[in-house]
Design a protein around this ligand. Sequence first.
Ligand SMILES: O=c1ccn([C@@H]2O[C@H](COP(=O)(O)OP(=O)(O)O[C@H]3O[C@@H](CO)[C@H](O)[C@H]3O)[C@@H](O)[C@H]2O)c(=O)[nH]1
Ligand SMILES: [Mn+2]
Length: 348
Amino acid sequence: MASLADQLDIVIPTIRNLDFLEQWRPFFQPYHLIVIQDGDPTRAVRVPEGFDYELYNRNDIERLLGDKAWCISFKDSACRCFGFLVSKKRYIFTIDDDCFVAKNPKGEDINALQQHIQNLLTPSTPYFFNTLYDPYRDGADFVRGYPFSLREGVPTAISHGLWLNIPDYDAPTQMVKPLERNTRYVDAVMTVPKNVLYPMCGMNLAFDRSLIGPAMYFGLQGEGQPIGRYDDMWAGWCTKVVCDHLGLGVKTGLPYIFHSKASNPFTNLRKEYKGIFWQEEIIPFFQSLELSKECTTAADCYLEISEKVRAGLTLDPYFVKLADAMVVWVQCWQQFNGGPGPKPDGRS
Ligand SMILES: O=c1ccn([C@@H]2O[C@H](COP(=O)(O)OP(=O)(O)O[C@H]3O[C@@H](CO)[C@H](O)[C@H]3O)[C@@H](O)[C@H]2O)c(=O)[nH]1
Ligand SMILES: [Mn+2]
């Protein structure tokens, strides 16, 4: 069973504490943690003994990015993408600090990290749906009628895990269903088909930086921004368009984590409300995007998307600022991960 301990970093955004790591210790201890401490940089955040980690607060982000630091959100879980930037590993697993080890129907602890690794190291099947779900899983295969020409699959860029207990609902749904808990364990991993978008949640997510890292920007959210809790959604829309263009796969399903805290639905409504009606225009925008064949890397694709956002998402001036931030993000990515940065007008 592949470990990837030397090829994967665990990124944790936190405005709380890291006590949850005690429960994950058997699974996480071999891995390097990148903790992004949000909010007050003078607050002491304690990482439990025995973990190998880097800890960054807002002062560190400002110091390391200088005049580009504004592209990293403050007071929003979107800050996690700074960890994606500074990691030196191929793979990232990001998890929220209120997510604990879930149990499968047999009552066994789920090693979510191991399942994400399995998802990332096996191909995806975006071009033709396999009705027995993940064909690369032990005990499954391609079903009759599945084209042999497609059975090699494509490289998997993203592994999107799910959550038992508190589901990742938007504020209106939380408000009308405050007691709803997800108790349904669906034993499946599926590829999100090509040209289909999906609501990517950052709570339990893994990805291959070498394939999709430059597009995994969580946008401008939190303090000073007109919107929140759409950080992961933005990254999910952009990365899916990039994956579809580059012939990469996105999987969703296993692994589950146990999500322990329901955030305040009223606070969430305040953060989300513009996004709730904006997304009715944003999603058709992303569904209509076609990228140039000259875009052969995630960075190229992302910069072209930023140009299209600037020109085509006219529902609010916020999107011009976001388009600028997308370019700055790629400049930061190139700065930390090698390669010539894009020119100021956004062209590589
Ligand atoms: O200002 C903040 C707020 C939170 N964090 C850290 O980010 C994650 C998620 O926070 P929380 O658990 O409070 O939020 P949820 O509503 O449960 O999370 C869902 O909304 C998404 C946010 O867009 C998130 O990815 C989903 O899981 C925790 O680790 C907080 O400590 C922060 O850093 N800054
Ligand atoms: Mn939470």
